[in-house]
Ligand binder design. Structure first.
Ligand SMILES: [Zn+2]
Ligand SMILES: [Zn+2]
Length: 143
């Protein structure tokens, strides 16, 4: 369970009503929204919210380290509130659906002879495939 709002309160982050809506839209499990999706959902709750406010708020959240940027398959970048819970991603190659998975992604898994002298601190693993709808052939409209 994501606890973004609580983490931000804990660090005394200034929560205006606009920033709060952005955080609420972003909070949750398996949430990987693009900036435009965050804006659309935020505007649904707070119609006067400006795109620039959403973008600035996302930028601030990323710079505090409370939200992670994720880019999957070179698609547009997405925002992930689970920045403090190490996890890997499962991606549908048809729709770009992203799920969080708890999978081993440990620096120790890289053999010493493959490290080229690097001190490895983090690992990103992306599992690709078809989500259940796409695998069942119902993911795309028939041509
Ligand atoms: Zn994630
Ligand atoms: Zn799919």
């Amino acid at each position: 369970m994501s606890d973004l709002l609580e983490r931000l309160r804990g660090r005394g982050w200034r929560l205006t009503s606009q920033r709060r809506v952005v955080v609420e839209v972003l909070d949750g499990d398996h949430v990987h929204l693009t900036a435009d999706e965050v804006h659309a959902r935020a505007a649904h709750r707070l119609p006067e919210i400006a795109r620039a406010t959403v973008y600035n708020t996302l930028g601030e959240l990323v710079s505090t380290g409370e939200v992670a940027e994720v880019s999957v398959q070179g698609r547009v970048k997405r925002f992930d509130p689970n920045a403090h819970h190490p996890h890997q991603h499962l991606v549908c190659t048809e729709r770009g659906t992203v799920r969080d998975v708890r999978a081993t992604g440990r620096p120790a898994d890289l053999p010493p002879q493959e490290r080229f002298g690097f001190v490895v601190s983090a690992v990103e693993v992306t599992y690709r495939g078809l989500c259940p709808a796409c695998a069942a052939g119902t993911g795309r409209a028939q041509p």
